[in-house]
Design a protein around this ligand. Sequence first.
Ligand SMILES: [Zn+2]
Length: 350
Amino acid sequence: MKAAVWYGKKDIRIEEVPDKPIKGNEVKVKVAWAGICGSDLHEYQEGPVFIPTDANDPLTDEKAPLTMGHEFSGIVHEVGAKVTTAQVGDRVTVNPTLTYGDKREELDPYDGFSFIGLHGDGGFTTYANVPEDNVYQLPETLTLQDGALTEPTAVAVEAVKKADMQFGDKVAVFGAGPIGLLTAVAARAAGATDIIVLDLSDARLEKAKQLGATHVINSGEMDPIKTIGQIAPEGVDVAFEVAGVAPTFKQAIEVTKGLGKMMIVSIFAQPIEWNPIQLTNTGVNVDSTIAYTPTTFKQTVDLMGSGQLKLEGIITDHIQLENIVENGFEALTNDKSQAKILVELTGDSE
Ligand SMILES: [Zn+2]
């Protein structure tokens, strides 16, 4: 079977890989659709970031070269001898996180933490082997393409949950890439009334409006601090930092009201210089989030299934595996109007 295999920075190859036998606790998923994630893009542009290259990852026992892709859906094709609930033919989405696994709810994302598709072989191929505990049935109301969106959406849901949002909150989202856009959607579902989204790209801000932002600010053209001051004179209740650079980090704290919350969602590729006096003066709480707990992942599937999280417009392209570098990784690098690009593996044909 063909797969998109990461060998190194700017070196992702489409090549033939073996269809490995499943272990007792695994299911084999015939992959329908797989999204390209911002972290995949980091691996392509400046990797390795997470991908193990020297020693095997302790949880997957694999290292590069490996098949990428951690946002995927598909049909259960085969089940291992010890599998108890998943059945052949189930339409599923995959929670790609692997941890040491007593699934202590709060700590789970911090207990080990490897990704199917980054630390071990993933979904940019025809068949992916996944532990049974990592597959979730898709509700009838969700398509297989929706199933490829649950993973990044769960990141946003976790960020909103961890921010303890209340009905009527005013929020600012710094960065309108896919996770920023999904954070705006999740904040709206959680009852935010003012959702201010900031970015340097008008195309992305247009997308943010479509997805429910009440105000958009092009930070290159307007002063973010002043403009947010007009919308929320006391400051926003929660600011989400989804851009990952020094200016937005500081701005996100500055626009937050006293004792409010600034939530770091992005991955900072570079260290920043910053003076903590910014917190001393305001009591703003800075917190961070990564990925999601198993409960949040399930809630995300349910919230999408019930229509409370509406993601229309987030998918901006559908591409073929053969063209993943040019039409996927390069397109996401060069074209800011792209949000989520889905790769068609076996697609909707069951
Ligand atoms: Zn991702």
